[in-house]
Structures are given as C-alpha cells and as structure tokens.
Ligand binder design. Structure first.
Ligand SMILES: CC(C)(COP(=O)(O)OP(=O)(O)OC[C@H]1O[C@@H](n2cnc3c(N)ncnc32)[C@H](O)[C@@H]1OP(=O)(O)O)[C@@H](O)C(=O)NCCC(=O)NCCS
Length: 226
C-alpha cells in the first residue's frame, strides 16, 4: 500500500512553522517518487508558487494570455474541453481582469523548473469553503513536445496537495469526456475515482457524448497515489 510520508524540509527554518510542510509521495516501482512542497511568502522563491520536481505552478499573468489563446484554440486541446467557444485575446483580457476578484477560482500556469518555460495550465474552480469542495479543471499541456513527460501528472498532484493541505478542501472533483482516455488514465493515476456518468450530456460534432464525474477525497489522497 503506498504511503504518504511526512517530511520536514531541510530548509524548514525558512518556512513558517506549522504552515509549510513537505509531503513526500513515495511511489511503487520507483517510477513515481516525487516530493511536493510550498514555497512560503518568506521563502526566496516567488509568492504563490507550488513547486515539484519537474514543474512549478504559478498564478497566471497578463503576459501569458497570448500563449493561452494559442494553446486553447488548438483542435487537440479544445476538442477535449467542455467549453466550446474559441478564445480571443480581447475576451481573455476581460476574463483576466475579473479573475483576481473571483475568490472561488484559481488559475495556474504549469512551468518547467529546468527551463522556466510555461507548458500548460491547471486550476481549481467553484472553490466552496463551506462544503470544502472544489472542481479541478483547465488541465492541458499546450504543445506536443511537452506531452507524455509527466508534467500534467505532477501538476495535478501539486494542485491536490495544495487543495487538501492548504485550502483545507475535503473533496476535489472533475468532469471529463468519457472518451478522453488519456486524461482519465492520468486522473486515475493521481487517485481520482469514477463516481458516475452523465449520459449523452455533451454534444460534439454531430454526436452526444457521455461525461464522467470523477473525484478524490482528502483521506483517499493519502493512500491512493501509486
Ligand atoms: C490530458 C493531458 C493534460 C495529459 O498530458 P500528458 O503530458 O500526456 O500527461 P503526463 O505525461 O503527465 O502523463 C500522465 C499520465 O497520463 C496517462 N497517459 C499519458 N499518455 C497516455 C496515453 N497515450 N494513453 C493513456 N494514458 C496516457 C498515464 O496514466 C500517464 O501516467 P504514466 O506516464 O505514469 O503512465 C494532455 O494530453 C492534454 O493537454 N490534453 C488535451 C486537454 C485535455 O484533454 N485536458 C483534460 C480535460 S478534462
């Protein structure tokens, strides 16, 4: 049974005691071992960064909008999303201006640690502090060269760790098209379970498709990551 081991980071003194801890997720078969952590406001890294081994997550900036429009409008990306309007730069500028007033939405850029290149997006939406739930969404890797390298998986684990251990969420759920095998495998790989199927809930290119509802609970996260 995989276990969540709790470590004190060697640089503990630089982190606010009691708030910032490191969690080591030890994988079976040695292929998924990773550590995730949070850089605190008083660390030497930028604010709000969630840092893993291969990627870091940071808040989106206005300078990212052009790249985001380009990524999202790629057919292989948007055919897998439940949002069907093409993005425009003007529309994204308005969206971006409202984003930071929306405390229920966290939109993040996935950036490689080695090259500091943005490679994709991920986020939480519908953050609900009463019921301690949120929706995981907007996951994508923007170019083919960066796919299949584990960036999306690590970004998802970072986001889950942040959601459960920093935002005090108890349940993180998502909706995914039932034919998006790649994403479904990734989510399962991160510990999400299928909860149900919304039959023929989505119309695309002349056919109705099913949507899977998947979720992971905080208690499950401790044990589910392979
Ligand atoms: C879904 C997406 C984010 C996955 O990105 P990725 O770079 O392939 O993901 P990773 O490299 O981190 O792969 C993680 C896991 O995905 C699964 N996976 C990757 N490629 C796969 C494939 N061809 N078939 C099945 N599963 C696959 C595996 O479980 C893999 O884990 P493993 O390498 O330990 O076996 C990416 O394909 C994408 O941007 N798709 C378009 C947008 C999208 O579908 N978003 C999700 C909307 S709900």
């Amino acid at each position: 049974m995989p276990a969540l081991q709790k470590y004190t980071h060697p640089l503990w003194q630089e982190y606010r005691p009691g708030v910032f801890e490191w969690f080591g997720l030890t994988g079976s078969g040695g292929k998924t071992a990773m550590q995730v952590g949070f850089h605190s406001a008083n660390s030497r890294e930028n604010l709000d960064m969630l840092v893993g081994k291969g990627v870091r997550l940071r808040r989106i900036e206005e300078a990212d909008l052009a790249r985001m429009v380009e990524w999202w409008n790629r057919p292989d990306v948007w055919e897998n999303f439940l949002y069907k309007f093409p993005l425009s730069h003007g529309g994204q500028v308005i969206w971006f201006k409202n984003l930071f007033q929306n405390q229920r939405c966290l939109f993040l850029i996935i950036e490689t640690i080695d090259t500091r290149q943005p490679v994709g997006t991920i986020g939480l939406d519908s953050i609900d502090h009463v019921n301690q739930t949120a929706e995981c969404g907007n996951l994508m890797i923007g170019n083919n060269e960066s796919k299949g390298m584990g960036f999306a998986r690590e970004a998802t684990l970072l986001l889950l760790t942040y959601g459960f251990y920093r935002l005090n969420l108890n349940r993180i759920f998502l909706n995914v098209l039932a034919d998006n095998v790649r994403a479904i495998e990734l989510y399962k790989n991160c510990g999400f379970r299928e909860e149900g199927k919304l039959r023929q809930a989505f119309f695309d290119q002349g056919a109705f498709k099913d949507i899977l509802v998947m979720a992971i609970l905080r208690d499950e996260y401790r044990h589910a990551v392979p």
